[in-house]
Ligand binder design. Structure first.
Ligand code: FAD
Length: 394
C-alpha cells in the first residue's frame, strides 16, 4: 500500500535511525515543528536496532570526545531533557591499554580530561578492585570512566520520535525517499512512491544505505556498509555477578553487562564489506563466536565457563577514518548529510541532533566545532587520525 505523503514540510529527514530521530526532535524543538521523517522500513531498522549501545568516553579526537561527553549528559537525564526512556545504565567503563599503545593512551586520557570528561588513569590495584576476576598483568595503562555505561538505541530513537511528534513533527514509516529534487542548486522537494513533498531542506541520515542514496545525486563519499557480529554470554553468576563495561585495546574487543546475567561482547575490526544493506548474514558465525569468546576469556577468565546465549550481526556505515560526515552539501542549498558513524555513533546521537539542527537553522554548528567531520576531508586527503592505528577507539 502506498502511503500518501503530505504536500510540504519545513524539513524532511530521510532515515529513521537514532540520528534521524534525534535530528527530527531537535528541529521540532528549535522552531521547525512542521518537519517530517521518512523511514523505508520501521524506526531503528538499520544499525540502530542492532547496536550494542555502549557509552564510553575514550576517544582519540577532541571532536568525538566532546560529542560523547555532552551526549552523556542527555543520556543521564533523558527523561528531563527529552522525555521518555533511553534505557541508560551506569556501569563504569575500564579501558585497557598495552605497551605499544601506552603513550597514545595516556595522551588521549589527558585530551579527554582537557575537554572536561570524568576519566583518569588508574593503577592495577584500583582496576582490580573495580573489576574482581579480571586479568590485568598485560596492561601497561588503564583508565576508568565512572559515569559511562550503556543505553538502548532503539528506545532512544523511539523516544526522540515520540517527543518530536508531540511537538508537531511527523514520521512516515515504510515510506522510502526515492530522491531529492534539486532545482537550480537548491533543494525543492523530496520524492517518495506516494508523492512529492515540497521542502527547502533535506537531511540524508540513511546509515548503511547512504552511499547508494547519495550517489544518485552525484555525491560520491567513501562510505562502506560493513558487517559486524556481537554475542551474548550467560555469566556464571557465582564467579562473576557483575562487571563494568570495557574497551580492550590489547584483545581488541569491547564488552559490557547486559541485563541481569549476560555479558555482551563485540569487535570493531573483524568486518566484512556488504554490497547491499538488505542482504547480509544476520546471525553470528561460529568462527567469530569462538574467537571473540576466547579474547574475552583472556581478559575475564571466569567467562571461559559462560554459556552461549545469542549472537547476531548488524551493519556499520564505515568511512576511511571512522569519523562520521556531518555537513551541508556544497553547491546544493538545503541539502545536508549525516552519516558514516561506524560502530560508535549511538553514544554521540544526542549531540548529533543538536549539531545538525544548528547547521540547518543557523548555517553552522556552534556548540562543537565539527570541521573535522566535513565532507571535503576525503578529497583534501585530510583524514582524522584515530591515534591507535586501528579502528576501535576513534
Ligand atoms: C553491531 C553494532 C554494534 C554497535 N555498537 C555500538 C556501541 O556499542 N556504541 C555506539 O555508540 N554505537 C554502536 N554502534 C553504532 C551505532 O549503532 C550507529 O552508529 C547508529 O545506530 C547509526 O544510526 P543512523 O541513524 O546513522 O543509521 P541507521 O540506524 O542505520 O538508520 C538509517 C535508517 O535509514 C533508513 N533508510 C535508508 N534508506 C532510506 C530511504 N531511501 N528512505 C527512507 N529511509 C531510509 C534505514 O531503513 C534505517 O532505518 C553499533 C552498530 C552496530 C551495527
Amino acid at each position: 500500500m502506498l502511503r500518501a505523503t503530505p504536500p510540504s514540510a519545513d524539513a524532511v529527514i530521510i532515515g529513521g535511525g537514532v540520528m534521524g530521530c534525534s535530528i527530527l526532535y531537535q528541529l521540532a524543538a528549535r522552531g521547525l515543528p512542521n518537519s517530517l521523517l521518512l523511514e523505508r522500513d520501521v524506526l531503528g531498522a538499520g544499525s540502530t536496532g542492532r547496536s550494542s549501545s555502549a557509552i564510553r568516553m575514550h576517544y582519540s579526537t577532541p571532536v568525538h570526545a566532546r560529542m560523547a561527553w555532552q551526549s552523556l549528559e542527555t543520556f543521564r537525564n533523558f527523561g528531563e531533557i527529552v522525555g521518555g526512556e533511553c534505557g541508560y545504565v551506569q556501569t563504569g567503563q575500564l579501558i585497557f591499554g598495552g605497551e605499544a599503545d601506552a603513550a597514545v593512551f595516556r595522551a588521549n586520557v589527558a585530551m579527554q580530561q582537557g575537554v572536561g570528561i570524568n576519566t583518569g588513569l588508574i593503577s592495577h590495584e584500583e582496576a582490580g578492585d573495580l573489576a574482581p576476576g579480571f586479568y590485568l598483568a598485560d596492561c601497561a595503562a588503564l583508565a576508568y570512566e565512572p559515569l559511562s555505561g550503556y543505553a538502548d538505541a532503539s528506545a532512544t530513537a523511539f523516544s526522540y520520535a515520540a517527543r518530536a511528534r508531540e511537538l508537531g513533527a511527523r514520521t512516515l514509516l515504510r515510506t522510502p525517499a526515492t530522491g531529492v529534487e534539486i532545482t537550480q542548486g537548491r533543494v525543492t522537494a523530496v520524492h517518495t512512491a506516494g508523492g512529492r513533498i515540497a521542502t527547502g531542506r533535506a537531511v540524508v541520515a540513511t546509515g548503511p544505505w547512504s552511499r547508494r542514496f547519495l550517489l544518485q545525486h552525484g555525491i560520491d563519499l567513501p562510505l562502506e556498509a560493513t558487517r559486524h557480529e556481537v554475542i551474548h554470554l550467560r555469566r556464571p553468576l557465582a564467579a562473576l555477578p557483575h562487571h563494568p563495561g570495557g574497551g580492550d585495546l590489547i584483545n581488541r574487543i569491547y564488552f559490557r553487562p547486559e541485563g541481569a546475567d549476560l555479558t555482551l561482547v563485540g569487535n570493531g575490526n573483524m568486518e566484512e564489506v556488504v554490497d547491499d544493506p538488505e542482504v547480509y548474514a544476520q546471525r553470528a558465525g561460529p568462527d567469530f563466536i569462538g574467537e571473540v569468546w576466547s579474547r574475552l576469556a583472556r581478559r575475564i577468565p571466569p567467562l571461559a565457563e559462560a554459556e552461549f546465549s545469542a549472537g547476531y550481526a548488524g551493519l556499520y556505515t564505515s568511512t576511511p577514518d571512522s569519523h562520521s560526515v556531518i555537513d551541508a552539501v556544497d553547491g546544493i542549498e538545503g541539502l545536508y548529510v549525516c552519516t558514516g558513524f561506524s560502530g560508535h555513533g549511538f553514544k554521540l546521537s544526542p549531540m548529533v541532533g543538536t549539531l545538525v539542527a544548528e547547521l540547518v537553522l543557523e548555517g553552522q554548528a556552534t556548540t562543537i566545532d565539527i570541521a573535522p567531520l566535513r565532507m571535503s576531508r576525503f578529497a583534501e586527503g585530510k583524514l582524522n587520525n584515530d591515534g591507535y592505528g586501528f579502528r576501535v577507539m576513534v
